[in-house]
Design a protein around this ligand. Structure first.
Ligand code: AMP
Ligand code: MG
Length: 413
């Protein structure tokens, strides 16, 4: 076949299979992945998970009127003519469960968090007094309700304090404990297995033989999985043959809510992931209109229809692909909104170039004032340059050049 014919054929192939927009590929993924079944966890295990129930309080918070300060519980009207001196009839500390009552013209010494004695309607801070224990001289009048935390002023009994779908961070753990919960129904962290393919890959920590490089994608991807709320498992390295890949995949499926592979999906020979999965018909391989990361695959495998993301092998490509496609899916699995990874507006600190027809995700450093400067090395293998960046600069498909100072969207890393 002559060269012209070959070129025509290649063009025809390109026309038949156009590149898919990033949004379409993501939409397929988000349509397919399911929210994980809820699980009851001890509070100790719940940080970073998502609530799968509306949590209500069985009591008002605070549960009883109590003092907001160390001082003296009084009737405000008794100290209206301050300075006055009152007898101190009792002491109430936090945790005191006795019933206290205060008659007219008396004071009770009270500590922060201690229940208000019946009959008292204000607390005089100790700083306004002589600090007496038998008698106290109060230097200034107080208003009714001063330094009292009223029952129910934070939460009413029966109130929903956290709705289902809430991400559990430190403060959310606090309110869960604060309403007496020990266990809580959550969406579990998705268990994500990462399989790296490549005959050239060697374990970090080992000596490199000629032609080898140290395997790095799984470390990046597992870190990214954790940051996205999942548990990552490294399945190690699989050489470039489809049989070994299938064996490893079968072995891993039992413990996975999702699988990520890296490498073996491009156009070359020895593409084990594509060779192994394409015949199943449940995984779709395609070219997505993006740079880096054009060759993508997604589908389901195994009896349980476990979602599988087959990411390209170049280190920057696999990480960018994770941010665009895997992260939103993991969030959906956790019961969070199914939406693209968010961007923030910025201004480019240097002119930008981008190929026509592809959305670029350039590595950049986002600095103060929202100025983002692209790093110098933008190759999809240049892992050190990725590590020096803290943002991906998004350049739309139809834009090939942007001047310094142009508005851009960035994905903070
Ligand atoms: P592939 O997608 O398998 O053709 O790989 C593309 C490029 O990424 C090649 O240069 C590979 O050596 C490199 N690569 C693939 N997998 C990894 C990995 N797990 N860690 C580091 N580099 C990788
Ligand atoms: Mg490879």
């Amino acid at each position: 076949m002559n060269q012209v014919n070959q070129a025509n054929q290649a063009n025809q192939v390109n026309q038949v299979v156009p590149m898919r927009p990033v949004e379409d590929h993501l939409a397929d993924i988000l349509r397919t992945v399911r929210v994980l079944a809820p699980l009851e966890l001890d509070l100790d295990q719940a940080l970073g998970t998502t609530l799968a129930e509306d949590v209500t309080s069985p009591v008002p918070l605070p549960p009883f009127d109590n003092s907001a300060m160390d001082g003296y519980a009084v009737r405000a009207e008794d100290v209206g003519t301050a300075p006055v001196t009152l007898p101190v009839i009792d002491d109430v500390a936090a945790g005191d469960g006795r019933l206290h009552a205060l008659g007219p013209g008396m004071a009770v010494r009270i500590m922060t968090g201690a229940p208000m004695p019946a009959g008292a309607d204000a607390v005089v801070p100790v700083e306004w007094t002589d600090g007496g224990t038998a008698r106290v001289t109060i230097g200034r009048p107080v208003t009714k309700g001063n330094a009292i935390r009223s029952a129910g002023e934070d939460v009413h009994s029966g109130d929903v304090v956290l709705p289902a779908g809430t991400a559990i961070g430190p403060a959310q753990l606090g309110i869960l404990a604060g309403v007496g919960r020990r266990r809580v129904l959550v969406r579990p962290r998705p268990r994500v297995v990462v399989i790296s393919t490549g005959a050239e890959l060697a374990e970090p920590g080992s000596r490199l033989a000629p032609g080898q490089i140290w395997e790095s994608n799984s470390y990046t991807l597992i870190g990214a999985v954790r940051e996205a709320g999942g548990e990552g498992y490294r399945a190690g390295i699989v050489a470039d043959d489809a049989r070994s890949f299938i064996d490893q995949l079968d072995a891993q499926l039992v413990r996975a809510d999702a699988i990520i592979t890296s490498g073996g999906v491009s156009m070359g020979a020895y593409e084990p992931v594509k060779e192994a999965l394409a015949p199943l018909g449940t995984v779709r391989f395609e070219r997505v209109a993006m740079q880096p990361g054009m060759p993508q695959g997604f589908g389901v495998v195994g009896e349980d229809q476990v979602p599988i993301f087959t990411l390209p092998g170049n280190p920057v490509s696999s990480f960018v692909s994770f941010m665009l496609f895997v992260r939103p899916a993991l969030r959906k699995m956790q019961g969070r909104p199914a939406e693209p990874t968010p961007t923030v507006p910025a201004v480019t600190g240097a002119p930008l170039r981008s190929p026509a027809g592809k959305r670029s995700y350039l590595r950049g450093v986002l600095g103060p004032g929202g100025v983002v400067t692209p790093v110098l090395r933008q190759g999809s293998h240049q892992l050190a340059a990725l590590a020096a960046a803290n943002a991906l600069i998004v350049v739309p498909e139809d834009v090939t050049e942007l001047p310094e100072g142009a508005a851009v969207e960035v994905i903070p890393l």
